[in-house]
Design a protein around this ligand. Structure first.
Ligand code: ATP
Ligand code: MG
Length: 357
């Protein structure tokens, strides 16, 4: 029997509620198989840690995570701490420290969810967005001069390396190839951004030669937003830059029905370091501590974690349990227009797992 060592980082706000819920369903899942077990270690990093220690995580925090098989992350964000500290001090530190250069966001309308696109039938919205997660517009390159003077100026430079673009493109083509439709849309803005985005297009063409069975096309990011709404079924796998994919994936999550359902994986495809899985929602301080958070985004993230570990059958079973639960409106939390609580949804998923174990 295999033992998977998982780091759990609840972080802030509702992260402290959904991560224990995620841990619970994974433990129940493990109890129904003799293939593997989990060894969880929880790290109390985030806003509270910052108030006590002046940093979001210890300086040697990455070392504590290095030997893990995967990381399950909640959210980092605190209304009393500036965003750049909560963001850069924890989540991005892990993403960058472990070179998790591929951010993967599956989007699908789950059974029972009332999604806003009325023209969209079942199965019409089934996407995976691949976001470049290590450079581009969020590379942190730039500067600000003459602050407070009339000539004040600032830049944010989008830094794209050929190596960086090539590796994300290769990852996206491979992912597209692994899905039934083998269809990839490369999103750019190369009509207006004429240097890095043109290189992005060139690399796409070059990498595509290694994947002759993948059908691919280019789309400008503005047109891509309209297409997601008007012709969702024309898309499958989508690859875009750090900023573009950030925006597209929030749109995707909204189109799928709720921020509370959507998962993401920050992946090191080379497996040099642990990859990190998390719901895409933030800390949601407005509902924290009340047991109202929807844990489905975390459960789906746990499905991605299992897939990453190579436990495809367990991943499939957990996803089936989650879908059986979302199909029942009595088990919808407030974000989905229901009355259910975090514990109700969690208990129902666990019951499904035991029943179909
Ligand atoms: P952060 O600053 O960390 O991004 P936030 O307060 O902006 O956090 P988000 O998570 O981005 O919160 O979500 C916006 C709103 O959507 C929340 O205030 C909350 O009301 C709702 N929401 C988000 N996630 C969930 C969830 N899992 N369950 C229920 N409601 C949610
Ligand atoms: Mg937010």
């Amino acid at each position: 029997m295999k033992t998977y060592r998982i780091a759990a980082i609840p972080g802030d706000g509702i992260g402290k509620e959904v991560i224990p819920a995620g841990q619970e369903v994974l433990e129940v899942l493990a109890s129904t198989t003799d293939r593997f077990r989990f060894e969880f270690e929880t790290f109390g990093w985030g806003g509270d840690w910052y108030r006590e220690h002046g940093e979001m995580m210890p300086a040697d925090g990455l070392d504590a995570l290095r030997g893990k098989d995967a990381i399950l992350f909640g959210s980092a964000g605190d209304p009393h701490i500036p965003d750049h500290i909560t963001l850069w001090g924890l989540r991005l530190k892990i993403c960058q420290g472990f070179d998790q250069y591929a951010n993967v966001r599956p989007t699908r309308v789950l059974p029972g969810i009332d999604a806003p696109l009325k023209r969209c039938g079942p199965g019409d919205l089934d996407w995976v967005i691949v976001r470049e997660n290590s450079e581009g517009e969020y590379a942190g390159v730039g500067g600000r001069v003459h602050q407070g003077h009339p000539i004040e100026a600032a830049t944010d430079v989008s830094l794209m390396t050929r190596v960086g673009v090539e590796r994300i493109m290769r990852f996206a083509f491979k992912l597209a190839q692994s899905r039934p439709r083998k269809l990839l849309t490369v999103v750019t803005k190369s009509n207006a951004q004429r240097h890095a985005m043109v290189m992005w297009d060139e690399v796409a063409l070059q990498v595509s030669k290694d994947f002759p069975d993948v059908t691919w096309g280019k789309e400008l990011v503005d047109a891509a937003t309209a297409r997601m709404v008007n012709r969702p079924a024309s898309l499958d796998t989508i690859v875009a830059t750090n900023l573009h994919a950030d925006i597209l994936s929030d749109l995707a999550a909204a189109l799928a029905g709720s921020l509370g359902i959507a998962p993401t994986g920050n992946i090191d495809p080379e497996r040099r370091y642990p990859s990190m899985f998390e719901p895409i929602h933030g800390s949601a301080f407005d509902i924290m501590g009340q047991g109202l958070a929807n844990p489905v985004g975390t459960f789906w993230s746990a499905v991605m974690l299992l897939e990453h570990l190579g436990e495809a059958e367990a991943a499939r079973r957990l996803m089936a349990a989650v879908e059986a639960v979302t199909a029942n409106p009595a088990l919808h939390t407030g974000d989905l227009g229901g009355q259910a609580r975090t514990v109700d949804v969690t208990a129902a998923v666990c019951a499904q797992l035991r029943q179909h174990g």
